[in-house]
Design a protein around this ligand. Sequence first.
Ligand code: C5J
Length: 232
Amino acid sequence: MYWGHTWGEATIDMKIDAKPFAFEFALHSTALVIIDMQRDFIEPGGFGQTLGNDVSLLSAIVPTCRAVLVAWRKAGGLVVHTREAHDAQLSNCPPAKRNRGNPSLRIGDVGSMGRILVAGEPGNQIIAALAPVVGEIVIDKPGKGAFYATALHDMLQQHGMTHLLFMGVTTEVCVQTSMREANDRGYDSLLLTDCTESYFPQFKAQTIEMVHAQGGIVGWTAASTGLLQVLD
Ligand code: C5J
C-alpha cells in the first residue's frame, strides 16, 4: 500500500555522527518522538513491575532524556509523546494481549497507580521530568507501535515531518516496533542509544545492532552527545 503523502524538499541544516553513517536532517522537518516514558513502565507498581521486571533499570535514562528534550524544545523542534494506553472498557485491548503470560496484574486490573495501562489513570501519566507542555503532541496508543490505530502519521504529515528522533522505552518492544512502522511509512529515523532502555540489557544492545545493520535497514543509531552539540 502506498501511503499517498508527498515529501517536501527539506533544507538540511543538521548533521550528526551516527551508525551506519552520518544522519542529516532539518530541524523544521524533524520530530523528537518519546515513546512511553510513563509511570507504568518507569515506576514501581506499574505494568513493567507486574511482569516481574526491575524498573530501576529504566529510570536511569531519565536525566539524559530530559537533557535532549530541553535542548530540542529550546531549538523549537516538534515533540511527540506516546503512552501505551487502553480505554476504560478495554475495547482496544484484544484478549490475546490481556491474557498472555502470567503477570501479577493484567491490563485493566487495579494496581497501586490505578488501573494498569488504562488512559487517564495515575500510572498512565508521563513521568514528571518529561511531562508534555502545551503545543506538544500526545498520542495514546493501544498497540506497541506508535502508528498502529493512532493519528500519528497524519499529524506528522500535517506538520511536514520527514525525519524522526526516537527515545523512550522499551528498546526492543515499543521503540523498535514504532521505528519499524516509521520506516515502512517513509521516515528517516534515528534511535538515541543513551535515551532508550530495556529491562533486558542484551535486548537493547541487539536492537541497536538490528536498527543500523545492513546499511541502516531500519534507521540510524547514535548517542545523544552529537545531537546536543549541534543543538547548542
Ligand atoms: C512494553 C513498551 N514493553 N512501551 N511496552 O510492553 O515497550
